[in-house]
Design a protein around this ligand. Structure first.
Ligand SMILES: NC(=O)c1ccc[n+]([C@@H]2O[C@H](COP(=O)([O-])OP(=O)(O)OC[C@H]3O[C@@H](n4cnc5c(N)ncnc54)[C@H](OP(=O)(O)O)[C@@H]3O)[C@@H](O)[C@H]2O)c1
Length: 303
């Protein structure tokens, strides 16, 4: 019997793809999550324990018996009491618990181009988590994805949602900055085979303008792109966000895009083409707005 694999966030986004891949490979899977999700295709196929950081002894117990921990835990932006500093502390707690539970290996999902000197707290925090893992005694691998696309994706879906509803698309800044999307299936494949520190990036690099145009074409809404200074585009985005009770894109995310932090400097490990995925998923993309705040920042009752 293969060792138990523990995956954070199997009912959320990337963790779900990792859990699916592990189940296909014959591993028993436990997920750590704030919730059980009866609507998930993984419901009933994975064991569920609570993802929490206030009770370290309970966290150790939830990791007991695991061969590998796949850690996807992170926050996309700060909201309420949820800060990047807190997320780094929580990640340290998780690694400490994994060590205490004698987990054999940790595969940690980071991000492309993390840096302890970054002015962007997302990328700085990710570098701090990588350091915490490399300074621990845990055997580990680190996977650094660029922009992940796939079922339950948020950003691409919400770009499509805007394209479906508005006659023009407001692009922050020049739109010439590049990004290199990778499929969630490829990220899962890379995670389960990872050794050392590896980027997870797809085969194609797009400018932001090209990415938006590709989405528009795939959903049959080829809109005119209007370039605005980032601050102005974000201000308009904030109005949409208020209506949808979400944050569409943060100032830091735009800065990360403009700095091309979602481009890898390694040969791509992912095979799946973004355009091919768009062609296959265009019909469903952007029909509904998907709120990060509703998905990830609502209070969940303890499991
Ligand atoms: N999505 C991308 O395009 C992308 C790009 C580069 C790197 N990454 C990295 O890949 C990993 C997975 O990303 P993802 O987008 O797939 O994330 P996700 O599924 O939305 O969330 C991953 C995990 O973090 C937990 N989480 C998220 N927000 C939280 C909050 N506010 N409070 C407490 N827990 C929270 C989730 O908990 P529940 O299980 O309870 O929902 C889940 O276990 C992350 O480390 C991310 O930084 C993602």
């Amino acid at each position: 019997m293969p060792d138990l694999a523990v995956v954070t966030g199997a009912f959320s986004y990337t963790g779900g793809f990792v859990a699916e891949k592990l189940l296909r490979d014959g591993f028993p899977v436990r997920t750590l999550s704030r919730r059980d999700d009866p609507s998930s295709p993984l419901h009933g196929r994975v064991d569920v324990a609570e993802l929490q950081f206030r009770d370290e002894a309970a966290l150790v117990e939830s990791l007991r018996g695991a061969g590998t921990l796949y850690n996807t835990y992170w926050i996309r932006y700060e909201s309420g009491g949820c800060t990047f500093d807190r997320a780094v502390e929580n990640t340290r707690t998780l690694f400490r618990a994994a060590q205490a539970a004698e987990v054999e290996r940790v595969v940690h999902l980071s991000v492309s181009n993390p840096s302890e000197d970054s002015p962007l707290p997302y990328f700085r925090g990710k570098a701090a988590c990588e350091r915490a893992l490399s300074e621990s005694r845990l055997e580990h691998a680190i996977v650094r994805p660029t922009l992940i696309f796939g079922r339950r994706d948020l950003l691409v879906n919400n770009i499509a949602w805007i394209l479906r509803r508005f006659p023009v698309f407001l692009v922050p800044g020049s739109g010439r900055y590049r990004l290199q999307p990778v499929s969630a299936e490829d990220v899962a494949e890379i995670a389960v085979t990872a050794r050392g520190v590896v980027d997870a990036a797809g085969p194609d690099v797009f400018t932001f303008d090209e990415l938006v145009r590709a989405i528009g074409d795939a959903i049959g809404r080829p809109r005119r792109l209007v370039h605005l200074p980032a601050g102005a585009a974000l201000a308009v985005g904030a109005v949409v966000a208020r209506v949808r009770r979400d944050v569409v894109l943060t100032r830091d995310e735009v800065a990360g895009l403009e700095a091309e932090l979602l481009v890898s400097h390694e040969p791509p490990r992912g095979d799946d083409g973004f355009r091919e995925w768009l062609e296959a998923s265009g019909e469903a993309l952007g029909r509904r707005y998907v709120s990060e705040l509703a998905r990830n920042f609502r209070p969940y009752a303890p499991l």
